[in-house]
Design a binder for this molecule. Structure first.
Ligand code: ADP
Length: 697
């Protein structure tokens, strides 16, 4: 509320001031009216109104209306004509202010030449037409002017308003927006001289000759040089002030019938004078605006130059500028630090003077290629020799600065010291090389050792095979000689000798069995076991039909359900199943018929039954085959060792204890496993786990 009241009291104050000023300025203008008491060729209120609306806002328009109304009602005419004229004047001010705000930069219109022109076109020429039209029409309708004078009164009216907008409005706006200048004493003297020159020139030009002088010398243009001086040296404030003084002198002279514009009628003379005033003011204002724009541009350039300097000087990397001949013209501190040279020493040097001798030539060629545009960029890691003679590594990138004709004017380089990085890289490379060498050496030694080991193994294999094989011949010899001795002695053989001979035969027979089993085990370890899909059902049925001790009446061996196709080796699998089935019918209590069942375990760990076709296990998955007997069983302790070589769990049964060791070895070599579940007296359940190959068949 307080702010609102303050605002409205401010508004009332402004309205009152503007109304009063408008009224007084209007009275002054009308005092110069010649053609009609209400239509003056000099009309300062228009410019005052426009400037006020631009500075204070359009809501001050009522002051324009009241001021205009008061001026007219107190001059001549009725309420109606004064109302019409006041309406025209108000419209002019509001329209002018809006156009200038919208298109010409508002109150700052005179800081740019383009806006100055727009201001002139929009405010001075366009917005003044409603005032002249409303005003003159009101006069004619009110009988205060005759219709046949309409054209000349309209022109007078319009020109008066226009010049007012070109001189008075800028005067107020410029001084209000720019404020008072701070001048040095020298500038004050110059300003005084300039104003004196304006006054003297104006007086000479416009107060010199009277209307009665026979010849009029058309020297009005001489008013321009002092105005240009004012604009050039004192900017917009100087230009508008000088223009106002010059215009005032010209106006006063013309009204008092002096100077080059004086003709037969005062009104016509005033029109000429105004045309002059408007033109010269516009010229001075445009010049001042151009100068101001140039100054601003210069300030921006200077600021950007200062910023660039700061960046260049303080950059962490070296920066160098070369002239077209390739000589150093500018360097920053970082570059001096990198090279170890001072600024003065570097200036005039060629950068190639810094290059390492090995690289000078190649770098010169590379630079020439780049400058000629044959390579797209110069981005190089090379060596510099510092002033101290120390060799360092630098990374250099170069950019070309061209002149307006596209010729190389300068080049700018950025130089970075990368010695530390290079050293690290080199150390790393050395380490990598050493590592690679050591690795290669190691591999070579491993290869050598492996080859030697293979050789040794082959020799050992050969030796053990030969040993085992050669052992059998003397064993057989012992057996047959013992047999021959028995035969030769015949019936007379003393019973003790016979017993010895039989023992020799039995022992050498057992020994031969052992040797044979050792040979078999050796084969299981060494033989090649290429894997292929094997139909277990066929394989196991084949084994059963081959051995009579697996068939009734000796034993009942049956395959329950299907057996899978597995990935294995036929010979290896035959060895495994023969051993397991042989054991199953062997380790049975005497008087019991061995009963053996072979089945496949389903996925839930339960044995499958019913079908004769291969099971549907997927390729590569493990399948388990169970061999269950009704034998004597195996104790828990024995279960752990019976798969080792020469380990047996029961006495009184034939065997060497190598069968299960061979089974385990062969199964493992087919990527399978073997195991047993058993309890003494309750039979045994051996299992084999193999890789399924059923999908392949
Ligand atoms: P061998 O059959 O020549 O004795 P194996 O290596 O085939 O040797 O078997 C080792 C031992 O495991 C056997 O001596 C026996 O004690 C025990 N064994 C093997 N299979 C069975 C079985 N089905 N039932 C009971 N014991 C068994």
């Amino acid at each position: 509320m307080g702010a609102k009241r303050e605002l409205s009291s401010k508004w009332f104050f402004r309205i009152s001031i503007l109304t009063a000023v408008y009224y007084l300025a209007g009275k002054f203008g009308l005092s110069l009216a010649a053609l009609n008491a209400s239509a003056s060729a000099v009309w300062p209120p228009t410019g005052i109104a426009l400037a006020s609306l631009l500075l204070w806002g359009s809501d001050t328009w009522p002051a324009v209306f009241f001021g205009a109304f008061l001026v007219n009602i107190t001059t001549q005419g009725s309420f109606a004509t004064s109302f019409g004229i006041a309406t025209g004047n108000t419209l002019e001010a509001v329209l002018g202010a809006w156009l200038v705000w919208r298109f010409a930069g508002g109150a700052n219109a005179f800081s740019k030449a383009q806006d100055t022109f727009k201001f002139t076109g929009l405010a001075a020429i366009v917005s003044t037409t409603p005032s002249a039209t409303f005003g003159v029409t009101s006069l004619c309708l009110g009988g205060l002017a005759s219709w046949n004078q309409y054209g000349s009164i309209w022109l007078t009216w319009w020109l008066g308003d226009m010049v007012s907008n070109v001189i008075i409005a800028p005067l107020v706006l410029i001084w209000k927006t720019q404020g008072l200048p701070r001048l040095t004493s020298k500038q004050i003297i110059e300003a005084a001289l300039m104003l004196l020159t304006v006054i003297v020139t104006g007086s000479l030009l416009f107060l010199g000759k009277t209307a009665s002088s026979a010849e009029h010398e058309p020297l009005g243009f001489l008013a321009l040089p002092p105005l240009l001086w004012a604009a050039f040296r004192f900017g917009r404030r100087g230009a508008i002030t000088a223009a106002l003084i010059m215009s005032a002198i010209a106006l006063w002279g013309t009204v008092h019938r002096f100077g080059p514009f004086v003709g037969s009628a005062l009104n016509a003379s005033l029109l000429f004078a105004q045309a002059f005033m408007g033109t010269s003011t516009l010229t001075a204002l445009v010049l001042a605006a151009l100068l101001s724009e140039q100054k601003k541009a210069e300030a921006i350039l200077k600021e950007s130059e200062v910023r660039f300097r700061a960046f260049f000087d303080n950059a962490a990397v070296g920066a160098v500028q070369l002239d077209a001949a390739g000589r150093i013209v500018q360097v920053n501190d970082a570059f001096c630090q990198i090279t170890g040279y001072g600024r003065g020493e570097l200036r005039g040097m060629h950068p190639s003077d810094l290059d390492h001798p090995d690289e000078k030539e190649s770098d010169r060629t590379r630079m020439a290629e780049f400058l000629a545009g044959r390579t797209l960029n110069y981005d190089v890691e090379k060596r510099y020799v510092r002033k101290t003679g120390e060799v360092i590594w630098v990374h250099v990138t170069v950019g070309i600065i061209r002149d307006g004709n596209g010729q190389v004017a300068r080049t700018a380089s950025v130089v970075e010291d990368i010695t530390a990085r290079r050293k690290t890289e080199q150390a790393l490379k050395r380490m990598r090389d050493e590592l690679e060498r050591a690795n290669a050496d190691l591999e070579h030694r491993v290869d050598e050792r492996t080859a030697k080991l293979r050789e040794m193994i082959a020799e050992l294999e050969h030796f053990s095979y030969a040993l085992v094989h050669d052992l059998r011949a003397p064993l057989r010899a012992m057996q047959s000689f013992a047999g021959l001795a028995e035969q030769t002695l015949g019936e007379q053989t003393p019973p003790a000798v016979l017993d010895y001979l039989q023992r020799i035969r039995a022992a050498s027979g057992r020994m031969d069995g052992l040797v044979l089993d050792a040979l078999n085990y050796n084969r299981a370890v060494l033989q090649d076991l290429p894997l292929e899909p094997v139909n277990l059902y066929e394989l196991v049925s084949g084994i059963i039909s081959t051995y009579p001790n697996l068939q009734p009446p000796t034993a009942q061996v049956q395959i329950e359900g299907s057996l899978p196709v597995v990935l294995g080796n036929k010979a290896g699998l035959t060895q495994c199943f023969s051993n397991l089935l042989g054991n199953a019918v062997k380790f049975v209590a005497s008087g019991t018929q061995p009963k053996v069942t072979i089945r496949t375990e389903d996925r839930n760990g339960m044995p499958q039954g019913g079908k004769q076709t291969p099971s549907g296990s997927s390729n590569g998955a493990l399948v388990r085959i169970w061999i269950e007997d009704n034998g004597i069983g195996i104790t828990r302790e024995s279960q752990g060792r019976i798969f080792d070589m020469f380990q047996r769990a029961h006495a009184g049964y034939e065997g060497t204890g190598t069968g299960l060791a061979i089974v385990r070895k062969v199964t493992e070599r087919m990527a399978g496993q073997v195991g047993v579940e058993s309890e003494p007296g309750k039979g045994s359940r051996f299992w084999l786990e193999l890789r399924s190959a059923s999908e392949g068949l």
